[in-house]
Design a protein around this ligand. Structure first.
Ligand code: AMP
Ligand code: FE
Ligand code: FE
Ligand code: ZN
Length: 281
């Protein structure tokens, strides 16, 4: 019995904390179960499981995939898959490549606007982390082009500002297929502010198991709307803090506060177990 957070980032993608720091903080906050859901990589998850025993904290395999659906980029959470599955690791390699290709296009787009930035600077900023727009934002901050990451997104890096830049991310259906074959359980990340009801139905029809009902961007009525839909359609409910870093004040926004009840964690694990046993036969 205990609280869970199934949406946490580390410095393996665009978070600031190391996997070990996340595990230590989670234990301190009294979390019983966590999932490290870095963008398109499980390197942070792999490090995290080495730092704690299952008695201290349960760490579920997790990842937040960027996928394409209906000309939109969708964030898809996957849990409890076999982290050593070859097809999953191939998929993650391809996703990493797609990120590098997209960043090259983003940098060119910024250069055309007269901004002094090059790809090597963004790669250096990312270091060993999976490359993403927050690393480009950090370069823009360091150069004094913008004052904050939020300003970088508003002025230069939002999907709107990047307009026609296409990506080579996997399709939603493709990701669902690979993940399910390896026992993975799928949930649409932070659906609240992003999609219409018919979008949600369309995505669910691709074989997604559930919805991230509990997320800091969901005010109570939104949470309730998705939880009602989940109950009606027998979907899995997931949730977490989407923690990336402590705020400048030292306050850790939503971490240890926005949590998920253990009955939902049990459903995720049960679905994965069933899937793995069906896959075997
Ligand atoms: P990417 O993975 O390259 O698509 O970048 C998306 C990530 O950028 C999200 O997961 C957030 O961590 C971050 N992000 C998105 N919007 C903002 C914003 N307005 N301010 C700061 N970070 C943002
Ligand atoms: Fe992020
Ligand atoms: Fe996301
Ligand atoms: Zn996230």
């Amino acid at each position: 019995m205990g609280k869970a957070d199934l949406h946490i980032h580390t410095n393996a993608s665009d978070g600031d904390c190391s996997p070990q720091e996340i595990v230590e903080k989670s234990i301190k906050k009294g979390l019983r179960t966590i999932a490290i859901t870095d963008h398109d990589t499980i390197k942070g998850y792999r490090k995290a499981v080495e730092t704690a025993s299952p008695e201290q904290i349960e760490i579920l395999p997790g990842v937040e995939l960027s996928v394409q659906w209906n000309e939109k980029e969708v964030h898809l959470l996957a849990y409890c898959f076999d982290p050593d599955d070859e097809d999953i690791n191939l998929l993650l390699m391809q996703q990493g490549r797609a990120r590098r290709i997209r960043m090259a296009k983003i940098v060119k787009h910024l250069q055309k606007q007269g901004i002094d930035i090059d790809l090597d600077e963004v790669k250096a900023e990312a270091g060993f982390s999976n490359l993403g727009r927050p690393h480009a934002a950090s370069v823009l901050i360091n150069k004094g082009v913008v004052a904050s990451a939020n300003e970088a997104f508003i002025r230069y890096l939002s999907t709107d500002k990047l307009g026609g830049i296409d990506t080579e991310y996997c399709t939603l259906s493709g990701a669902v297929e690979v993940m399910k074959k390896a026992g993975g359980v799928l949930s649409i990340a932070h659906p609240g502010p992003l999609y219409s009801d018919s979008d949600i139905k369309g995505m669910l029809s691709c074989g997604v198991d559930g919805l991230e009902c509990i997320h800091p961007s969901h005010p109570y009525p939104v949470q309730k709307k998705f939880a009602d839909l989940a109950r009606k359609r027998n979907l899995i409910i997931t949730g977490g803090s989407d923690f990336h870093r402590p705020a400048k004040s030292g306050y850790e926004p939503y971490f240890g506060i926005v949590t998920l009840g253990d009955e939902h964690v049990a459903s995720v694990k049960h679905t994965s177990k069933m899937r793995k046993s069906i896959n075997k036969n």
